[in-house]
Design a binder for this molecule. Structure first.
Ligand code: PLP
Length: 386
């Protein structure tokens, strides 16, 4: 990254573990790739058809500055119907992806040196997003023995007079776990006491298997201090459409607009039309999607727990990621990932890609059909059965 024409502050930048995984794939024609959270299934056809129809009808230019009014209105209705929340259209801002949404949020709230607390293991892009927007990245470790819940005492100990926000991600990438309602209530007390914001990265709402998803913003008193991000990427198998939204108090959505005016200006018009259809028909579309991924993680978790040296929380609670514990193999996360790639042609990400406390784990994204998962489990079984 070092070059006289690149700003010196960016000379230390590197690619995240996820972007680097492409390089590992070379030369293996029977590779089973658990590395990236990109669903293998195509966007439901009725969503695509609706978008094509709307494109033909003229939705091909710049849209409204804050998002297609019809989409905004669908989001208002969805929050009321699914979560009983009354939000207004002024509290919604449409963005080109949750990735962009997080960047815009952080850019809007952080002064240089402000601290952002993140539960670890964490989604890898958070670190770059916090640092590139001038913040200091602070982690609070969570542990499998504690069901990957955020411990209130540890959280409070990480808060300083520089803390501006906490990023919460439930259901979580990479652990696949969900924060309990009790844990969220404890967090609510703490953020109130210390007057800090929460950024709720709520993007896996359709993949909460054991309990109904509850948005952090819906807890008493929390809407005023919560910025919620959601996207069509995972909930509707639309990662390539690059479309998301932020729900937050209107003084914040106003600044999101000003900042994004100079980045992407508006979100893709056709993708917004697709999202309108998706949201309107979510009750018909989502159950089938959830079922497919739930079956996959449940199958994979059962198989993993029969492989010597491996174990994973079972039944899985959410997402399409599993975060198996590999400590009993005697290998580090990096060694495990390298060995299973070389010996079994299986690509997983080492848990350390998601923070130091991911040592002893690997992340497996179940974004392939059950037949392939079964084949991968057969190969792992063979490798680890002495
Ligand atoms: N947040 C989390 C926790 C994710 O796992 C991902 C993608 O994997 C994103 C945000 C990015 O979503 P989008 O595709 O809308 O940029």
């Amino acid at each position: 990254m070092k070059h006289k024409y690149i700003a010196k502050k960016h000379w230390g930048l590197g690619h995240s573990a996820m972007s680097g995984s492409d390089a590992l794939k070379g030369g293996c024609n029977d590779l089973i790739d658990f590395s990236i959270g990109n669903p293998d299934l195509v966007t439901p056809i009725p969503i695509i058809d609706a978008a094509i129809e709307d494109a033909k009808n003229g939705y091909t230019g710049y849209g409204s500055f804050r998002g297609d009014p019809e989409l905004v209105s669908e989001i208002v209705k969805q929050y009321k119907k699914d979560y009983g929340m009354d939000i207004s259209s002024k509290e919604i801002y449409i963005t080109p992806s949750a990735t962009a949404a997080m960047y815009i949020c952080l850019k809007s709230i952080l002064d240089e040196g402000d601290e952002v607390i993140v539960q670890a293991p964490y989604y890898t892009k958070y670190i770059e997003q916090v640092e590139l927007t001038g913040g200091k990245f602070v982690t609070v470790d969570t542990y499998e023995e504690e069901d990957f819940q955020i411990d209130p005492t540890r959280l409070e100990a990480a808060i300083t007079d520089k803390t501006k926000a906490i990023i919460l991600n439930t259901p979580s990438n990479p652990t696949g776990n969900c924060l309990s309602i009790e844990c969220m209530k404890e967090i609510a007390k703490i953020v109130e006491k210390h007057d800090i914001l929460v950024i709720a990265d709520d993007i896996y709402t359709a993949y909460s298997y054991q309990e109904e998803f509850v948005p952090f913003a819906s807890l008493p008193g929390m809407f005023e201090r919560t910025i919620t991000i959601n996207t069509v990427s995972k909930n509707f198998l639309m990662t390539g459409w690059r479309l998301a939204w932020i729900v937050a108090p209107d003084y914040l959505t106003d600044v999101f607009q000003i900042i994004n005016d100079g980045i992407a200006f508006t979100a893709c018009s056709v993708s917004q039309r697709a999202a309108i259809y998706a949201l309107k028909h979510r009750k018909e579309i989502q159950p089938a999607i959830t079922k497919v991924f739930r079956e996959r993680v449940e199958y994979a978790a059962d198989r993993i727990n029969k492989i010597p040296g491996l174990s994973v929380i079972n039944p899985p609670k959410g997402t399409f990621y599993l975060f198996p514990n590999i400590k009993d193999t005697g290998l580090t996360s990096e060694e495990f990932a390298r060995e299973v790639l070389e010996d079994a042609h299986i690509l997983v990400l080492p848990g350390t890609a998601f923070g130091e406390c991911g040592e002893g784990y690997v992340r497996m994204s179940c974004t392939m059909d059950i037949k392939q998962i079964a084949e991968a489990m057969d190969r792992l079984e063979k490798k680890f059965t002495k």
